[in-house]
Design a protein around this ligand. Structure first.
Ligand code: TMP
Length: 255
């Protein structure tokens, strides 16, 4: 682990200062939290898997022309990324009903939305990240109208792309959460970059045949098998160095 100065200690990541003032290092921890950190566990190896998965997905998203903070993976747990001013809004894109929307609107889990649904949450742990609307974002100047339109468009493009990518490896992308930040160039202008991470910690992924959950709901709902599921996602993406296959519940190593 790097000896650099800690800039921010998050629930699942620590942010260190980078080699220059425009960069930071994201260190992926093994901590798993739910219900705004009321529930907490250490899952050995989760950080390594999320670093690998997020590294892969961020690169792919960069490749389709969406600007991201991604620069490079440094080692098993660390990524070098551009330093941004985080916009305090979480964008959740939903394709299938699950999680908070099921409770809030009395929906049936698994209900397919006829088109992707975008929700906004105010990024404020003390308030439990409340649901907000576009008017809150504009009124409180968390983002401008143009920035909001751009983030909305990026969110839907990322959804289209990731849905196809996961479908190709037998997974349904139920929903996901993304964050954006402003990157300031030397002339003082800012551009929006996709920031944070994209991993099974902030996506819901269901196996296409069995509907088995392959994401953090395994922890949130005490179902167990989180590490095996994340390994399975990484394995299907083809990013694990070892050749392994996993059944839904137990690990089987193929030599
Ligand atoms: P939700 O159903 O709990 O609102 O979550 C929707 C998606 O957003 C789900 O994939 C989990 C992700 N998410 C986060 O990554 N961080 C959060 O703080 C919340 C509330 C959701």
């Amino acid at each position: 682990m790097t000896k650099k100065k800690i800039l921010y200690e998050g629930k699942a990541k620590t942010i260190f200062e980078g080699p220059d003032s425009n960069t930071i290092i994201q260190y992926f921890k093994d901590d798993a939290t739910a219900n705004n950190a009321e529930k907490h566990s250490i899952i050995n190896g989760k950080g390594v898997l999320n670093n690998a998965i997020s590294d892969y997905l961020m690169q792919k998203i960069t490749d389709i022309g969406i600007p991201t903070h991604y620069i490079k993976k440094l080692n098993m747990r660390e990524q070098l990324v551009r330093k941004v001013e985080i916009i305090p809004v979480e964008f959740v894109v939903r394709n299938i009903a699950a999680g908070s929307i099921v409770k809030r609107l009395g929906l049936k889990e698994g209900q397919l939305f006829f088109r992707p649904l975008v929700e906004h949450y105010y990024k404020k742990d003390e308030l439990g990240d409340p649901l907000i609307n576009e008017d809150h974002i504009i009124n409180f100047e968390w983002a401008s109208r143009d920035e909001l339109d751009e983030m909305q468009e990026y969110g839907l493009r990322i959804n289209d792309f990731l849905r196809g990518l996961f479908l190709g490896i037998g997974l349904k992308l139920v929903d996901f959460k993304i964050e954006f930040g402003r990157y300031f160039s030397e002339d003082g202008n800012s551009i929006l970059l996709l920031a944070d991470e994209i991993s099974p910690d902030n996506c819901r992924l269901w196996d296409i045949k069995t509907n088995n959950k392959m994401d953090k709901d395994l922890f949130r709902q005490d179902l167990g098998g989180l590490k095996e599921a994340y390994q399975e996602v990484a394995n299907r993406l083809g990013i694990l160095p070892e050749k392994k296959t996993y059944s839904s519940s137990k690990t089987e190593i193929v030599k």
